[in-house]
Design a protein around this ligand. Structure first.
Ligand code: UDP
Length: 250
């Protein structure tokens, strides 16, 4: 692994050169960060669990016709992906108020929103990923109007699918973040789902108890993060029981 060329290192993942042109290897680290990386910890097993959960979700999204960068999982911590030109936006879909929307607009955490809301944040750590409007995005050429239409439609399809998928295993999908990129295929450019979809990038609450099964356990020092992610993986049928999920994670 260390002999491969590193293309990019982020907070929770590393990208290496792939085996063929146009591919990359995405490696899931155990590092957890929050509050624009002011808070950091290494949580044993997180990378393995996110690799498996994201594989499961991306595979299902591919199957319903949502184009994703995912090709296949290679091992416990790595997956083969298509190389994309990343669109510098974090696309957040919200069903229930929590986190920054509760703070910004004073909506109590846990309130059902009148409809699903899509928000855009400019991906820029130095600026703290500010909330931006479609006007900013098109004026500054971060994405075209056509790409924004594609992103909006894909984000809402992903939301419908994930709400059903998690709902079926007793989990409420509160909100989540997606990233998209451009995939060049000859003359064609396609808008494709990138990054990961995992409890690091979603808020997931147990439908009965509202127990948080996501990265808020780290942000809020609630503990038991690997156990919560293992529970999500087990409920989705990725592992037979949480203990085996945790054992694989370690
Ligand atoms: N999110 C993320 N990465 C970020 C910011 C947010 O994955 O850099 C996810 C977060 O886990 C949540 C959703 O996007 O599921 C909405 O996050 P919010 O805007 O409420 O910000 P936060 O409260 O996490 O700062």
């Amino acid at each position: 692994m260390s002999r491969r060329k590193k293309i990019y290192e982020g907070k929770a993942k590393v990208l290496y050169e792939g085996p063929e042109p146009g591919t990359l290897i995405q490696y899931f680290k155990d590092d957890a960060t929050a509050f624009n990386a002011e808070k950091h910890a290494v949580i044993e097993g997180k990378g393995v669990l996110n690799n498996r959960i994201s594989e499961f979700i991306m595979t299902n999204l591919n199957a319903i016709g949502v184009p994703t960068h995912f090709i296949r999982r290679v091992n416990m911590r790595e997956q083969l992906i298509h190389e994309l030109e990343i669109i510098p936006l974090e696309v957040v879909v919200r069903n229930v108020a929590a986190g920054s929307i509760s703070k910004r607009l004073g909506i109590p955490e846990g309130d059902q929103l009148p409809r699903s809301i899509v928000e855009f944040y400019f991906k820029n750590d130095a600026l703290g990923d500010p909330l931006v409007s479609e006007e900013h995005i098109t004026a500054f050429n971060w994405a075209s109007t056509q790409e924004l239409d594609d992103i909006m439609a894909l984000a809402l399809r992903v939301n419908d699918y994930l709400c059903g998928m998690f709902g079926g295993v007793g989990i409420r999908l509160i909100d989540f973040k997606l990233e998209f990129g451009r995939m060049y295929e000859g003359e064609m450019v396609r808008t494709v789902l990138a990054d990961e979809v995992s409890p690091d990038s979603c808020r997931l609450w147990d439908a009965q108890t509202n127990k948080k099964l996501d990265k808020d356990r780290f942000r809020q020092d609630l503990g038991g993060l690997s156990e919560a992610y293992a529970e999500v993986a087990t409920r989705l049928g990725i592992f037979r029981d949480p203990n085996s999920a945790l054992a694989e994670g370690s």
